[in-house]
Design a protein around this ligand. Structure first.
Ligand code: BGC
Length: 437
């Protein structure tokens, strides 16, 4: 850990040449509104720990212009954001033209501000009409997701060239169908694997569809991937063969098998493609969401006792971002976008160091890292944790919806402006910050 500034040219490090920085978000976590999705329903079932309502969130649907102005004033170059499926398609087969126009207006405004767009088509949330049909557990429902993809490209394809088909299929499948902690709260290994398999097919079909549609529209700059949630799995005891085997097995079940299926169309057990899928390379960039490491003993993952942790108890392990990226780059030689990285730091007293540590490694690696999307911009609705877990570089006052740039927001903005971290900036924002243990 760097504790003092010592950069010879006035810099602690320079950003990798050409690397662009910005922020990531997801529709449900910021927009607010009751459009009939499964997280509206989950809230009404009393499942959000602090009782906060996604219909409120940060009211970005109303305040989007101010939010974009703020992003622009901080100098963000790239923005990853999502659309709400139930807003675009409130019932099966319907399209809400006003919602399409709304998203388009925001995208055009972002472009006017010189912020480059990365559109996420699906980020955890489903309309209830889709959920009631069995959602992603059923292969015959893949067509509904592809209708959404087609709608997105028809509506925004002329102004958006970069797409994330699906956010974190593993997190979605495991939380919703294995642990039963997210809607629809099932606990079935079989369903978990069916969902991962079906989502892999969704991604592959979407990859092909987006390319086809945009090339028919005359564009040849299309880039498509899925946001892959990766964590490091390390055995609690590196000398214990059982611990090593358990850690490798968990890694394979959680992220290894689904990564191979989604990137390469290679389905290995326990995944099974519900239809014939050609082997191929189904991504134009590697999109990694990285937060933490799991320390495995037996078949459960935990957190090392002596490790620095964030406010949700997740280990802070910057080296992991490189370890994960290397693993995927080992079999997919594509540019790397870090599509999420960030931390829950309610007091904003170590986030500058967190950003510094991760960005430094990303800037110094030989891997072709092209983008970094910090999670997230404004504090927002953190799923089951509601409003209680703050990940933003901008503070949200949930009573008034007033946004206030945090120290970490000032720091991040300075890093973008200076194309790296100057010694002065390090002294001002990072030097005195310490992780919590
Ligand atoms: C998800 C985000 C979430 C973040 C922090 C990621 O797994 O994509 O929606 O807010 O982690 O928990």
């Amino acid at each position: 850990m760097d504790t003092k500034s010592n950069g010879a040219d006035g810099y602690m490090f320079h950003l990798k040449p050409g690397m662009l920085l910005g922020a990531a978000s997801a529709a449900t976590q910021i927009e607010g509104g009751e459009s009939g999705h499964n997280w509206n329903d989950w809230y009404h079932k009393g499942q959000i720990k602090d009782g906060s309502d996604p219909a409120h969130a940060t009211e970005h649907y109303r305040l989007w212009r101010e939010d974009v102005d703020l992003m622009s004033s901080l100098g963000l170059k790239v923005y990853r954001f999502g659309v709400e499926w139930s807003r675009l398609c409130p019932s099966e087969g319907s399209v809400d033209a006003a919602a399409v126009a709304h998203y388009r207006e925001e995208m055009e405004y972002l472009r006017e501000k010189g912020i480059s767009l990365l559109l996420t088509i699906h980020h955890f949330t489903n309309p209830m009409w889709f959920e009631k049909k069995g959602g992603f557990t059923k292969a015959e429902n893949i067509k509904y997701y592809l209708d959404l993809v087609s709608l997105a490209v028809r509506s925004f394809g002329d102004i958006v060239s970069e797409y994330i088909t699906i956010n974190e299929p593993n997190v979605y499948a495991v939380n919703s169908f294995y642990f039963g902690e997210w809607p629809p709260a099932e606990k079935s290994m079989k369903q978990t694997m069916a969902v991962m398999s079906n989502m892999a097919v969704c991604h592959i079909e979407a990859y092909k569809l987006i390319h086809k549609m945009r090339s028919e529209m005359g564009f040849n700059d299309t880039k498509v991937s899925f946001a892959n949630h990766l964590r490091v799995f390390d055995p609690a005891n590196r000398k214990d063969p059982r611990s090593i085997i358990c850690s490798r097995t968990l890694e394979y079940l959680f992220q290894g098998a689904v990564s191979e299926a989604m990137y390469l169309g290679r389905f290995r057990l326990p995944l099974k493609a519900p239809r014939k899928i050609e082997r191929g390379e189904y991504c134009d960039f590697i999109a990694i969401n990285y937060y933490t490491r799991s320390t495995v003993s037996g078949f459960s993952d935990g957190v090392r006792k002596d490790a620095p942790k964030n406010d949700l108890g997740w280990e802070i392990y910057p080296d992991g971002i490189i370890r994960c990226a290397k693993k995927i780059y080992g079999f997919v030689k594509k540019p790397i976008y870090i599509t999420e990285n960030g931390t829950c730091d309610n007091k904003d007293d170590f986030r500058c160091r967190y950003i510094y540590d991760h960005l430094k490694l990303l800037s110094e690696t030989d891997l072709p890292v092209e983008r970094y999307y910090h999670w997230c911009f404004c504090d927002n609705f953190e799923w089951n944790e509601g409003q209680s877990a703050r990940f933003g570089i901008v503070h949200t006052d949930y009573e008034t919806e007033v946004r206030t740039v945090k120290k970490s927001g000032e720091f991040y903005s300075a890093v973008i402006r200076d194309n790296g971290v100057t010694t002065e900036c390090f002294d001002k924002y990072v030097r005195d910050q310490k992780y919590h243990y």
